[in-house]
Every structure is written in C-alpha cells, then in structure tokens.
Design a protein around this ligand. Structure first.
Ligand code: ZN
Length: 309
C-alpha cells in the first residue's frame, strides 16, 4: 500500500521563519491520518489541498500548545462543513475534557461521532487496526506525558506467479489457497505440488513512525525497529545540546542516532527551533550519523517506501 506523508508544520513552539507548529497528514490507501494539529493546521491543509473530510483519525501526541491548539478550530470547521462520518481521536486524557468544555461553553455540539481514546503514555498500545493497518502509540520522554505514533501496514498474502499458474493449469478456485500458503493438489491426478513453486513472499510492509517531542531515549528504538520512514524531532543543533537535555528535546545528531539504532530506512527531521534561520547545519549534523536523512519541509509530500523499491 502506498503511504504519502505531507508535512503541514515543522516549526517548534513559536511560529517563525515561515514555519508553522507541528502537524502532518499521512494518507494510507483510503485512510487519512492527521498527526498533531498545531495552530494554523486548517490553513495548511487548505494550502496542501487536503480536504478536512479526508481525515479519519487524529492523533495528538501531547498537550503542549504547539501540538494541539489547532484542533478545536478544525473540529468546528468539520461540523460547519456538514461532516457526518465518525472521527477517531487519540490523545492525552485531558483532551476530552478540553473539547467538552469548549463545546458546552458555547452551547454547541458536534453533529458527527467523535470516538475518543485516551493514550497510555507509559507503554506501547494498539490504538486501531483493520485488515490493512495498525496504528499504535509508544511512550516518549518529554516534560509532560507524550506519545509517538507508529502506523504499520499489515502483512499481505503470498504473491502468485502467473506463469506457474498457467503452466500447471491451476483452477481459479484454488488460487486463494495458494496465497494463504497451501500446496496445490491437482484435482484430476491428485498430485501434490509445493506451494513455493507458485508463490513469492508477500510484498514488504511499509511503516511510518512519528516522534514528536522527546529527549534522547535509548528505549525508543525498541518501539520502532526497522521502520520504513522515521520523522523525529530535531529542535536543536549540537551547540545547544545542554538546552535540548534541559527542555527534553533532541538535537539533529540525536535524532539520527535513534534512526540508526532503529535500523530505519529514512529519517525526516522537523520541529526546528525558531532560533535558527538556516537548517543546513541540521542536515550536516544528522547525516554524519545517519546518511539517509532529509530536512522536513512544509507543504511537501514524501512517499513512505522502502529504500531502493
Ligand atoms: Zn512539547
């Protein structure tokens, strides 16, 4: 399945240097996932031509304002636009109360179902799954409870080799069995032919991990091992490593170390502090540790695919 990541905001606490607070949109097949929702997210969605009703899930990593203050406005707009389909919302427990307070204070209500699930910030947890996808959260190390998000495609069936199906004259009704790993038993002769003659391994699965705000954490790679694309915050450069530690954020080199330890396919950096005008040094410092790094840019889309595929 094709995943496409669109970055809507790659700035940190304050909007500056033409960078917006955190938000991104991940399209996975027909399912749209909004990941964090800083102030200005609606405008960024508009700019990137992403319809609000294409969002089926919203994940809020933590309750620092630059990660969620755009949420209420977006919910309001969805309502005004006549949304009827349910919206799955995952976030810190207090978020549900915050939304309820804002609605009741203005005698308003949402005309669509908001399915809220509180995050467990202490341990990895599956938030949602269907036949094709799993969304799970995992703990990050920040000043307040904070979680990352892992979106993972589910393993598909074995892939059939058309030429072999023709050669052995495999009837259509037996082909699903081959995809599931069964051997072929010739209906006429009764001969058993090994499954491996007809099939190739399933397509490799793709996955995407979002690490919003976090200090360097040695346990983090355990949660996102072999992830296809990792977005990791890189608020600071090495010259500000002490500040990073104090504020429980990461440097670009630390983000790259996490990518390396996780055996990630690619690293995308973001959440840059507004103290830096130029981002080139972020790339230089990260690439020295993990080569396949790119600087996340707003209003850009990135395919989530296995390197070399
Ligand atoms: Zn934060």
């Amino acid at each position: 399945m094709a995943f496409t990541l669109t970055l809507l905001g790659v700035g940190s606490a304050l909007p500056a240097n033409n960078r917006n607070p955190s938000a991104q949109f991940l399209q996975t097949g027909n399912t749209g996932i909004l990941i964090d929702c800083g102030e200005g997210t609606q405008m960024q969605l508009r700019k990137c031509r992403i319809g609000f009703q294409k969002i089926h899930h919203i994940f809020i990593s933590h309750l620092h304002g630059d990660h969620y203050l755009g949420l209420m406005g977006l919910l309001w707009s969805m309502n005004l636009l006549g949304r009827k389909i349910a919206l799955n919302l995952y976030g810190p427990k207090a978020l549900e109360k915050i939304i309820a307070l804002q609605l009741t204070s203005s005698s308003s209500r949402l005309d669509f179902e908001l399915r809220f699930k509180a995050l467990d910030h202490g341990a990895p947890e599956v938030l949602f799954e269907n036949k094709k996808l799993t969304l799970s959260s995992f703990p990050l190390k920040h000043k307040i409870p904070c979680s990352g998000l892992l979106v993972k495609e589910k393993q598909g069936p074995l892939r059939l080799i058309p030429a072999k199906l023709i050669k052995y004259d495999v009837p259509t009704y037996l082909r699903n069995g081959l995809k599931e790993g069964r051997d072929f038993i010739d209906p006429e002769s009764g001969a058993r032919i090994k499954n491996s003659i007809f099939t190739l391994p399933p397509s490799p699965v793709v996955s995407y991990a979002y690490c919003s705000d976090t200090a360097f954490s040695e346990t983090l790679p355990d949660f996102i091992r072999n992830v296809t694309v990792l977005y990791h915050e890189a608020t600071f450069l090495e010259e500000d490593a002490v500040r990073a530690k104090r504020t429980k954020h990461s440097t670009a080199a630390q983000a790259a170390t996490i990518a390396k330890l996780s055996n990630a396919g690619q690293l995308i950096l973001g959440h840059y502090s507004n103290r830096y005008d130029s981002l080139l040094t972020f790339l230089i410092e990260a690439e020295a540790v993990f080569h396949n790094t790119i600087l996340g840019e707003e209003a850009h889309s990135y395919p989530v695919r296995i390197p070399g595929k």
